[in-house]
Write a protein that binds this ligand. Sequence first.
Ligand SMILES: [Zn+2]
Ligand SMILES: [Zn+2]
Length: 254
Amino acid sequence: MIIIVFFIIHWYASLFFQSFFHHRYAAHKHFCMSKNWEKFFYICCFITQGSSYISAYAYGIMHRLHHMHTDTEADPHSPANHPNFWCMMLETRNTYFSIYRGKTFVDEKIKKDLPEWNAFDAIAHNWVTRTAWIIIYTIFYIIFATEWWLFLLLPLTVIMGTLQGAVVNWWAHKFGYVNYAVNNTSKNIVPLDIFFWGESYHNNHHKYPGRPDNAHRWFEFDALYKTELLLHKMRIIQLREKKLSGPNSKTEIF
Ligand SMILES: [Zn+2]
Ligand SMILES: [Zn+2]
């Protein structure tokens, strides 16, 4: 029971910070925050993503490339370019590391305003730290797993952040419904998103990438946007001007 509860909490916590910090803040600039809060959320990402921690800077570049080149050969993770889910996930990982290590040429405008904390990434992003996380997870499972099959969740725990990115990137370009006719395969995975913090409304997001609220129809609910409104009221973040982020906006952030 403890392992199941841990896994569920880990799923939502890891996905929350990847969606909030990496996707909507770093890549899309839906809101801004002070450098101190930025550092706080870096640490939150490290704690919740653990062995699958990724750099917000490299993620931001990769995700902006996805929006610029969706479903073409230059798209870093389109299902159209890969025979199956695992091939796409592996290729995405390789592309990500190439960007992180500076081996991929990236135009300056794609790097614009991305958060960077190199000293922190040097600690959080190396294999010694990842291995330490894997040891911690394994010990936790050994102590609390009451059935053998619970250990099947251990590899998913280790790759949690990578897995979540790949699930959305694959599924939301393969299956679901469409609100807007766009020139790519993006879909909204489910009408009521209770698993992905509003990230499953991917067709809406591709149509209006600069709009903070991914829910566009009466039955859709973007829990992450609601959280952003709360953080905005608490003055932890500042959402961008509504005129820049509404559905009729001419200004699109990738
Ligand atoms: Zn997409
Ligand atoms: Zn996006």
